[in-house]
Design a protein around this ligand. Structure first.
Ligand code: ADP
Ligand code: MG
Length: 752
């Protein structure tokens, strides 16, 4: 690298100026140049002081109304009191000193009518908001002559993320010192010149000047846009490289059987009890084409809850089996793995009984491999996988173990994938003779740009349609504190059960005497109860402590058994701490109708499919993320009878928790909800960085609002990587990718 961005601030600014910047985590020239202003104070525009909150560290631009020094009678010493104003509200500034003389310099600078930037922590004294000993700087005083003073005074003033001890303008000064002597060639530009030329983007040095030292608002707005593009571009180039490396591997082509030839896929299609939706057909064609190619398919299948992703995946698996290969289906939990095996066997019928009496002659087998299998069953499953007798092997992470071998692994399907890392995906892929094709399915719809960002190394297919003939689902918010509503809730559950249907009751905790909601409990042995990346509960919602404790499965189940409206019903429980066999038994009893009410944690969230379930009651609904609630709700209304979801909430009106729950009651469009969910959270949450307490590595880019920028960047990055896969001619871009991957970015890519 030729750039000077690696130089330390100590070397450039001296230790004294560099030390305070170190407190903000700024060590190098590059760090400082990437410390962008949070906002800009307009030169003529004073800060609206109505907005100032007590206790907050603020930087305000205001006009001095008056200032005077006086000696204090009560105790020795002098006091300077000034009042600054935004034209409507006033803010007091107070300075103390031993002698009045020490305050004179302040008095000189704080001339009435002059404008300055003042920074400090807002306190209140006798009903007046004030800053005590604020740091401040008067606008326009820095320039040498009157003309440049005028120009300076008309420029927007950058306000940096600051802290007490490191006021915004100290950062401003440091930035100037660093920026002014830089020349073209001193900073590296990760955006290649051809791309800049094509899109009419300024060079990086000019951009940095514009963002830190703009002459007008347009200038910094343009610069920020260009920096957002740069962020998106670097990220997309990294993903494009990942994609290129994966598709550069050799795969085995698995073309469909010619028409008329015996084929599991044709037999399944003939036996399906329903018509495929248009979406299922067209996504199916895409998959069929890519599986027939000798480059590994890299596809993300996302779709509305209940849109029928499983059948799409099964059809792909059968094409591979027809061509002599095997498929592995990786699920995040034992419950889900077992359920998938059951579903696949059911859909396949005699086709899954290869070699068995009454099975189809060319049939195959579905093997289930989970950690909790007994030794004999395990051996049998391993054997079926290794011999190729099982065309489909379903399992949890147990599939990743070294002992698991395949005769000819041709396709890996990862269901509800965000709980598996890229590394785990790679372990499975390494079990093929050639690179297996990859199909990843997400649990819930995600906005397009999130797909491009988080799953950016995959091509995306989307199922938006839900099969016809579904009666749909109605949702209502039930205020938790209202006994009449709760009575009505149980009466509705009773009515559904009496009509031959079943009910889920979801609680956020397992044990009533445990403090933590299940989602916050890191000690869980498997992933069953843990909400995923996009679906963390809102930590603020219950902070105040004035609300009742979260409802727990083991408290609610006994309570329901005593509830008059539910008298005589069988109430069961399901949660992640139960032994796998007990979980299985509970699910099976519920599916068979031996249990009519199932009280459970979010363990039922992912993919559990009992068509007779028509009603779901969610306790503490305000504590769940939107996508998670949507996914949960997708468990009911799957059959021909209408679904009902009752969201018990104690969120106060107007809070984001209340907004979330109400939004859910109003729409069943998962893509809309996912976008809203993103808006209601900070970007850091979305990218998982908030959990580690670090700020998001995305500085300016906003995943939702910057959709177009991300799409554009993806396109351009793909071009660049196609013509220069290892980026030999783009050292700056290569370096930027490496730096970014070193950061927490790597962490989140791995998580994806
Ligand atoms: P998801 O996309 O949420 O994983 P599933 O694959 O579990 O959805 O499908 C939900 C239900 O819809 C299943 O019972 C499945 O058999 C059924 N299903 C799938 N495709 C169709 C279709 N084209 N018509 C009717 N029912 C379908
Ligand atoms: Mg599913």
């Amino acid at each position: 690298m030729t750039g000077r961005e690696e130089e330390t601030l100590t070397a450039v600014l001296g230790a004294r100026s560099a030390a305070p910047l170190g407190k903000l985590g700024l060590a190098t020239v590059g760090d400082l140049l990437r410390h962008f202003p949070r906002r800009y104070a307009g030169p003529g525009k004073l800060t609206d002081m109505d907005q100032l909150a007590l206790g907050e560290h603020v930087t305000v631009m205001a006009r001095v109304a008056r200032a005077s020094v006086r000696t204090m009678r009560a105790r020795s010493g002098a006091l300077l009191q000034a009042v600054v104003t935004d034209g409507r509200h006033e803010l007091a500034l107070t300075f103390f000193a031993k002698r009045p003389g020490a305050l004179r310099p302040h008095e000189e600078k704080l001339r009435p009518q002059s404008v300055g930037l003042f920074t400090g922590v807002v306190t209140e004294y006798r009903g007046t908001r004030q800053l005590t000993h604020p740091d401040y700087i008067m606008v326009g005083l820095d320039a040498d002559d009157e003309e440049s003073a005028m120009v300076e005074a008309s420029r927007p003033i950058p306000i940096y993320p600051a802290s007490s001890g490191v006021p915004s303008w100290r950062i401003d000064r440091a930035v100037r010192t660093v920026l002014d002597p830089l020349r073209e060639g001193d900073v590296d530009d990760p955006v290649p010149i051809e791309v800049r030329a094509r899109l009419g983007l300024a060079g990086r040095l000019d951009t940095l000047r514009s963002v830190h030292r703009p002459y007008d608002d347009d200038e910094w707005a343009r610069a920020r846009k260009r920096l957002r593009f740069e962020e998106a571009f670097v990220l997309q180039a990294a993903l494009a490289q990942r994609r290129a490396r994966a598709t550069g591997q050799e795969a085995t082509a698995r073309p469909p059987r010619p028409a008329g030839a015996p084929s599991l896929l044709a037999d399944l299609d003939a036996a399906l009890p329903f018509e495929l939706t248009e979406g299922q057909v067209s996504v199916g064609e895409d998959l069929a084409r890519e599986l027939a190619d000798a480059r590994p398919m890299q596809r993300l299948l996302q779709g509305e809850v209940g849109s029928g992703k499983t059948v799409v995946a099964l059809r792909a698996m059968l094409q591979v089996i027809d061509a002599g290969g095997q498929a592995a289906l990786l699920a995040p939990t034992e419950v889900l793995a077992a359920q998938h095996a059951r579903t696949l066997r059911q859909l396949l019928g005699p086709l899954a009984e290869g070699g068995m009496l009454g099975g189809a002659a060319h049939g195959t087998r579905v093997a289930l491999l989970t950690g909790s299998l007994g030794a004999a069953a395990r051996k049998e499953a391993l054997l079926q996988a290794a011999s190729g007798e099982a065309g489909i092997v379903v399992g949890t992470h147990a599939l990743l173990a070294d002992k698991v071998q395949f005769a000819d692994l041709g396709l890996v399907v990862v269901d509800e994938q965000h709980r598996f890392g890229v590394e785990q995906r790679d372990v499975l892929r390494a079990k093929g003779r050639t690179a297996p094709h990859l199909l990843v399915m997400t649990a819930t719809p995600i906005p397009r740009t999130v797909a491009m960002t988080v799953f950016g190394d995959l091509e995306t297919s989307t199922l938006t349609q839900v099969p016809a003939g579904r009666a749909g689902i109605t949702s209502h918010v039930v205020p938790a504190g209202n006994p009449r509503w709760m009575e009505r809730t149980w009466a509705r559950v009773r009515e559904e059960v009496d009509a031959g249907h079943r009910a889920y009751v979801v609680c956020p905790r397992i044990h009533p005497d445990e403090d933590l909601p299940v989602s916050g409990d890191a000690a869980r042995k498997d992933f069953d109860d843990v909400p995923d990346l996009l679906e963390l509960v809102d930590a603020d919602a219950g902070k105040a402590g004035e609300r009742a404790p979260l409802r727990a499965v083991l408290e609610v189940a006994p309570m329901l058994r005593e509830t008059p409206q539910l008298a005589g019903l069988e109430v069961g429980v399901l949660h992640g701490q139960m032994a796998p066999a007990d979980k299985e038994a509970a699910m099976a009893a519920f599916a068979a109708g031996d249990l009519q009410v199932l009280v459970s944690t979010t363990v039922i969230e992912v993919g559990v499919d009992v068509p007779e379930a028509t009603v779901m009651v969610v306790f503490d609904a305000d504590r769940f993320g939107l996508s998670q609630l949507h996914q949960l709700r997708g468990r009911v209304g799957r059959g021909s009878a209408a679904g009902l979801c009752l969201l018990v909430s104690s969120a106060l009106p107007g809070t984001s928790a209340a907004t979330r729950v109400e939004a859910l009651a109003q729409t069943t469009d998962g893509f809309k909800l996912a976008a809203l969910d993103l808006e209601l959270r900070s970007e850091g949450d979305v990218l998982g960085a908030a959990q580690s307490g670090r700020s998001s590595s995305l500085r300016l880019l906003r995943v939702v609002q910057d959709a177009e920028v991300i799409a554009r960047a993806r396109h351009e990055a793909a071009d660049v990587v196609t013509s220069d896969p290892e980026l030999d001619h783009q050292p700056a871009l290569r370096a930027a990718i490496a730096a970014q991957l070193d950061d927490e970015q790597e962490e989140f890519l791995e998580r994806a």
